[in-house]
Design a protein around this ligand. Structure first.
Ligand code: SF4
Ligand code: SF4
Length: 436
């Protein structure tokens, strides 16, 4: 795709519900559920029902492409393998682990006194052993980006947190500014890159203040502000702002690797303390939550436990009158129950009252096309989808959709226009796979 300067619009962030709140730790759920599924495919358990496990002990592995470890986030006993909800909207197998509340660490969790002298390969091996994945949504194994044969010049940290309502990345940075810089320092070394750039939205002055207090110790790290528009957190948008370049396939083609800020903070603990990926920040918020909050929680925590920690649901709704968004409202997945489990990519659960959509017909106003950052015409794509015209869907560029959700967000008639474009995109991609 020929790069065009990305459009973007200012949207109501609704972040004030939780942005001012500190990050709270909640490390003692009675049970956690470790999904036996990652973005790249299923995992094989290496423990059985009845096995006693420690915090950070390997409990499942993925073999073949994207091989990696998955660890217990608490100490206790494996009590079952059962189906639980995943943020993808599917039920998947998970290891149920009952907490013994002893918080016994695995022997591998030890301070690393030689962190600064680790080689590039040792840092990549640590990412792999720790099961480090992208915290920003995709959940791809981080080390895979670093074994590229391309020459990398710049590692970019995405601290934009573009989605409305979400404040967990912001709060995590405010709590751990130096860890963010350290994590980036180790990423730069793991990529054999020249420099690092941390990109954040211009209204987050506190991020700048916090990082500036430490940045003098990191001569090859810079900060860059981007405008308060959506989708300023889109990878192509950020890379274009930092380098002035764009690319077709992967950022490494132009010498760039991008990681999320939360991934970098977690990586600092991986390198310096050998703590694998066992916890993550999450925002529980929305008009349906009594007291929105930001938490750091063990991976595998039940969202319903966190809702209780937030004082439960707002008085005006009950769980059956609410709907839940796993992730942000623009790109997340709507679900109808609070049985969801926190996984490595889940940065927020937003609870909102169910709204009856009274006028689902398209008004032909064209707003969806006006805002599309990749210049698509969503209504034409929807029509092509409805008439099963695969060729037209392709001609209209449905596969270029970045699934940002802006077209649905601006639609005055609440047409599920993003869903239609994403279905068209999937149709084209599946057809291409069949042709191959
Ligand atoms: S914004 Fe909604 S109503 Fe307007 S053209 Fe697009 S789909 Fe139709
Ligand atoms: S979801 Fe796709 S079609 Fe809709 S605005 Fe975003 S890129 Fe355009």
């Amino acid at each position: 795709m020929i790069f065009q300067k990305t459009k973007g619009i200012h949207i109501d962030g609704r972040k004030s519900m939780s942005k001012h709140l500190p990050m709270e730790e909640y490390f003692n759920p009675q049970f956690v559920y470790i999904h036996l599924l990652k973005n790249i495919g299923p995992l094989k358990p290496v423990v059985e029902v009845g096995t006693v496990v420690k915090v950070g002990q390997i409990v499942a592995v993925r073999e073949g492409f994207g091989e990696m470890n998955v660890h217990s986030s608490i100490s206790g006993t494996v009590t079952a393998i059962k189906k639980v909800w995943h943020s993808s909207g599917k039920m998947v197998d998970a290891l149920e682990i009952q907490n013994d509340f002893q918080n016994t660490p695995d022997d591998s969790i030890q301070p690393n006194k030689n962190a600064d002298s680790l080689s590039r390969q040792q840092l990549i091996d640590l990412m792999k052993h720790a099961g480090l994945t992208g915290a920003g949504g995709a959940g791809f194994p981080t080390y895979v980006k670093y074994i590229t044969k391309q020459k990398i010049d710049t590692v970019i940290i995405n601290a934009v947190e573009c989605e409305p309502y979400l404040t967990c990345d912001y709060s995590f940075i405010i709590e751990h500014p130096e860890k963010l810089l350290k994590g980036l320092k180790y990423f730069i070394k793991a990529a054999d890159a020249q420099k690092g750039v941390i990109v954040y939205k211009n209204y987050n002055k506190q991020i700048k203040e916090k990082l500036m207090a430490h940045i003098r110790n990191y001569s090859n790290i810079e900060l860059l502000e981007v405008k308060d528009v959506y989708p300023a957190g889109w990878e192509k948008y950020i890379i274009e702002r930092v380098t002035g370049k764009t690319y077709d396939g992967l950022p490494s083609e132009i010498g760039v690797i991008v990681n999320n800020s939360t991934t970098a903070i977690i990586f600092a603990d991986v390198v310096e303390h050998n703590i694998p990926l066992i916890s993550r920040p999450i925002t529980i918020t929305g008009e349906g939550i009594k007291e929105p909050r930001n938490f750091v929680v063990p991976i595998g925590t039940k969202v319903s436990d966190l809702v209780q920690k937030c004082g439960g649901y707002s008085e005006n709704i009950t769980p059956t009158e609410a709907y839940y968004i796993a992730g942000g409202p623009m790109t997340g997945k709507a679900i109808l129950i609070d049985d969801l489990i926190v996984n490595d990519t889940l940065g927020a659960v937003i609870v909102k009252p169910v709204v009856n959509k009274l006028h689902p017909e398209c008004l032909g106003c064209g707003k969806c096309a006006d805002v599309c950052p990749v210049y698509l015409t969503p209504t034409e794509i929807k029509k092509a989808l409805e008439s099963k015209d695969n060729k037209l869907m392709e001609q209209l560029g449905a596969d270029k959709c970045i699934m940002c959700g802006l077209c649905s967000y601006v639609c005055p008639s609440h047409v599920e226009i993003t869903d239609a474009v994403v279905k068209a995109k999937d149709t084209i991609r599946n057809l291409k796979k069949v042709v191959k």
